[in-house]
Design a protein around this ligand. Sequence first.
Ligand SMILES: *[C@@H]1O[C@H](CO)[C@@H](O)[C@H](O)[C@H]1NC(C)=O
Ligand SMILES: *[C@@H]1O[C@H](CO)[C@@H](O)[C@H](O)[C@H]1NC(C)=O
Ligand SMILES: *[C@@H]1O[C@H](CO)[C@@H](O)[C@H](O)[C@H]1NC(C)=O
Ligand SMILES: *[C@@H]1O[C@H](CO)[C@@H](O)[C@H](O)[C@H]1NC(C)=O
Length: 166
Amino acid sequence: MAVAAAVVLSLLKGASGREPVLHRVGGGRYTWAPNINFTQWASNEVFYVGDWLYFGFDKHRYSVLQVNKTCYDTCTDRDFIANITRGGRDVFNLTSARPYYFLSSGGYCFSGMRLAITVREPPPEDPTQPPPPILPRIQGSGHSTKVHIQVLKITTLVYLNLLFML
Ligand SMILES: *[C@@H]1O[C@H](CO)[C@@H](O)[C@H](O)[C@H]1NC(C)=O
Ligand SMILES: *[C@@H]1O[C@H](CO)[C@@H](O)[C@H](O)[C@H]1NC(C)=O
Ligand SMILES: *[C@@H]1O[C@H](CO)[C@@H](O)[C@H](O)[C@H]1NC(C)=O
Ligand SMILES: *[C@@H]1O[C@H](CO)[C@@H](O)[C@H](O)[C@H]1NC(C)=O
């Protein structure tokens, strides 16, 4: 169990030592919708390269198009860069450090369904921090229970994130 979790962790951590974050656009499961202030939502999030956006929405009404700044500013849904729309529980991989712009077609951009974010390089690993303990070695002490609970929590989180990506 601990070994499996440690493997999952090391896979997730990547080069920077930071786990990728799944940002639920709008803050909830189905919050890619009109009349939500996505500027406000984004101002409370920090986006790093390798993170993901999750758009949960009614696919019969709304869509997710990646656009450039001009189209974002003017709510233009022609000449988009990419159509992210799939089943309405759609994810987008933030692969480089730059601004990204999204909107919904069908006129819903004018009701607030547009998002602008800036993605940053992950912070360098802090050399003053000690490396994390090797989980499988800690056994038989009171400490071990705590570690196992921690591992369980992380594993649950991983499963939840994977569920969202389906
Ligand atoms: C959304 O929130 C931002 C930042 O809080 C604010 O400047 C802007 O006026 C808001 N937009 C709308 C349409 O309410
Ligand atoms: C955005 O795309 C439109 C349509 O292709 C184009 O006319 C415009 O110049 C582009 N703007 C930027 C900032 O790239
Ligand atoms: C985007 O893709 C969805 C799903 O494939 C499709 O229904 C929709 O028409 C597309 N939107 C545009 C503007 O191409
Ligand atoms: C997401 O983007 C990162 C950075 O480019 C890349 O390393 C990773 O393989 C991508 N993941 C998927 C599942 O596409």
